[in-house]
Design a protein around this ligand. Structure first.
Ligand code: ATP
Ligand code: FE
Length: 360
């Protein structure tokens, strides 16, 4: 099966061609960061307009780079049905439905977070994580700790009480007035911290960890404490670079420490219930952070257990939004002949526990 995938749930316009043997024929991502940086975050109307102007080229390029013909070589079309920004989702959905109907191809609407969770099944073919596995999905809109029981059954163990980890990276990066990289403000913060170790010369008050011992996340607490820290040093204007970096580093350390704590609680939760989990999957845009990768790896190595854990991350370019993950996630349905009607509607809010609840 060779599938054209389309993704437009937030600010990246994406089209990709993937087959059910795990070959990525093409993976086009058109970023909009230059459009949104002036607003300091995703501007919804500009995002819709950018998707509208970029989507035809994304699809055209995906076909060209794969050297495939839509009518002759593509067996099905997949798109992100939700969750995401409704106006943005509709651009990708309309493109997918119209192409599918005109060319008489079957159609599948995919859950964006299920696709983030299953990306490693594509990138680790032959060495896939085994169900049940624990998965941390950390992105711009979500902070989820889930027990993945199969490709379409996920039990929620923890979510955020307020904002997502990705959003807090974005906000702190903005508070520190860091220049975005082409991967956005969160990536800019990581790079800024990693530049040098000059912050060792400057000490800042540690950020306290919210909700200790609880299976729930809070990231607005990290962000507001960082804001207070910046103010206690007289604001970001005129702040010396070592202090600025020390604050950024303290935020990143605390934000990742919070994840680490919940992951260990999740493993304990499984152990108490005799759920045999050996594999841990971390995905979503924030999972491209290399400090986080290193720290979670060390934490799992230290976890007191008779067997060692396997920790999986997609490669960074497949952690952030892409259509390869959408096409791949759809193959589990296409291969069973389980497809959607062309009248299928988008779901801007869509809980993973209702993955199978809105069939068309
Ligand atoms: P969702 O998947 O929840 O719908 P989204 O699709 O907008 O949200 P992703 O593209 O999966 O989010 O991830 C984007 C988020 O990842 C942004 O908040 C971004 O700042 C963050 N991010 C990207 N790279 C890094 C990094 N290196 N360190 C920390 N955060 C990062
Ligand atoms: Fe995403």
């Amino acid at each position: 099966l060779t599938i054209l995938g389309i993704e437009s749930s937030a600010d990246d316009t994406c089209a990709a061609i993937v087959d059910s043997d795990g070959k990525i024929h093409s993976n086009v991502v058109i970023k909009q960061h230059d459009v949104h940086e002036v607003y300091g975050g995703i501007n919804p109307l500009s995002a819709i307009h950018s998707h509208q102007s970029n989507m035809p080229f994304a699809v055209k390029r995906a076909l060209k780079e794969a050297n495939l013909d839509l009518k002759r070589d593509i067996d099905g079309i997949a798109f992100t049905r939700g969750p995401g920004m409704a106006g943005c989702l509709s651009v990708g959905m309309d493109a997918a439905k119209t192409l599918a109907a005109a060319l008489e191809k079957p159609l599948v609407g995919v859950h964006h977070m299920q696709a983030h969770a299953l990306t490693v099944m594509l990138t680790e073919r032959g060495n896939e994580p085994k169900f049940p596995f624990l998965t941390l999905l950390i992105s711009g809109g979500h902070t989820l700790l889930l027990l993945a029981k199969s490709v379409n059954e996920f039990k929620l163990l923890a979510t955020t009480n307020d904002e997502s980890i990705g959003r807090s990276f974005d906000k702190v990066s903005k508070l520190l007035k860091l220049k975005w990289t082409n991967l956005g403000p969160g990536d800019a913060l990581e790079k800024f911290v990693a530049e040098t170790d000059d912050s060792a010369e400057s000490t800042v008050t540690p950020i306290t960890r919210p909700l200790p011992g609880q299976l729930a996340f809070s990231y607005s607490a990290h962000h507001s404490q960082t804001k207070a820290l910046i103010e206690s040093h007289g604001g970001v204007e005129g702040m010396d670079i070592a202090t600025k970096r020390a604050i950024a580093r303290e935020f990143q350390t605390a934000a990742v420490g919070h994840l680490e704590e919940k992951l260990v609680l999740g493993l304990n939760w499984c152990r108490k219930r005799d759920i045999h989990v050996r594999d841990v999957v971390v995905s979503g845009g924030v999972a491209s952070n290399s400090y986080l990768r290193e720290r979670l790896r060390r934490s799992l190595d230290k976890y007191n257990s008779d067997e060692s854990f396997r920790l999986f991350f997609p490669p960074p370019y497949l952690c952030t939004d892409n259509a390869a993950m959408i096409a791949w996630a759809s193959t589990y349905r296409f291969s069973k002949g389980d497809t959607d009607d062309y009248s299928v509607g988008l779901l801007s809010k869509w809980d993973l526990k209702d993955l199978n609840a809105y069939k068309t």
